[in-house]
Ligand binder design. Structure first.
Ligand SMILES: C[S@@+](CC[C@H](N)C(=O)[O-])C[C@H]1O[C@@H](n2cnc3c(N)ncnc32)[C@H](O)[C@@H]1O
Length: 178
């Protein structure tokens, strides 16, 4: 869903924050052959997987993998920021499927006490990296829409903020259009 929404924008430059295996960034690099695509992760192990996957999909030469903490170090200005950040709240751990809770790295899921620690930080750093007219797309938890809209309106006064629901009708993606 994040990838479809991103492709609708046809950006010339994009950064995928928390790229993990690189699935989002690689899909964008494949479908946007002229775009500059950056992919950032704090985990060296995740970046190694993303590198292998980029090679497999023939985009390793066009995907700029960066070790970083969200948008630090800062990439160049981009048209689009996409992210599927960790957003699981502390009280949701117990209800996660065992396959996820016990086998996914905590770093990939843990969004702090309310699930929004990483998203809030990303929103506060994003204005310095988005070109005027740029767009930010962030995956969210199904119960987080009201909180992330408030955070986005604070970080981007005057921007158009909306929430996209997934096919099951659950709130799933925050969009901020500057
Ligand atoms: C939910 S996973 C998403 C992976 C992939 N983008 C996807 O959609 O499947 C979140 C990713 O964010 C990374 N991450 C967590 N904290 C981060 C931070 N402060 N800066 C950059 N990446 C971070 C994790 O290592 C993990 O790869």
């Amino acid at each position: 869903m994040l990838v479809d929404l991103a492709l609708e924008r046809q950006p010339d430059s994009v950064v995928d924050v928390g790229t993990g295996s690189g699935c989002i960034a690689i899909a964008l690099a494949v479908h946007l052959p002229r775009a500059l695509v950056y992919a950032v992760d704090i985990s060296p192990a995740a970046l190694a997987v993303a590198r292998r996957n980029a090679e497999r999909h023939g985009v390793a030469g066009r995907l700029h993998l960066m070790a970083g903490d969200l948008l630090t170090p800062r990439p160049q200005l981009v048209d689009l920021i996409v992210s599927n950040p960790p957003y699981v709240a502390a009280d949701e751990w117990a209800s996660l499927p065992v396959a996820v809770r016990d086998h996914e790295p905590k770093l990939a899921l843990d969004g702090g006490p309310d699930g929004l620690a990483i998203t809030q930080r990303l929103l506060s750093e994003a204005p310095a990296v988005l070109r005027p007219g740029g767009v930010l797309l962030v995956e969210i938890g199904a119960t987080q829409a009201a909180s992330v809209v408030h955070l986005a309106e604070t970080a981007f006064p005057g921007a158009t903020v909306r929430i996209h629901a997934d096919l099951a009708g659950h709130d799933r993606v925050l969009e901020v259009a500057t």
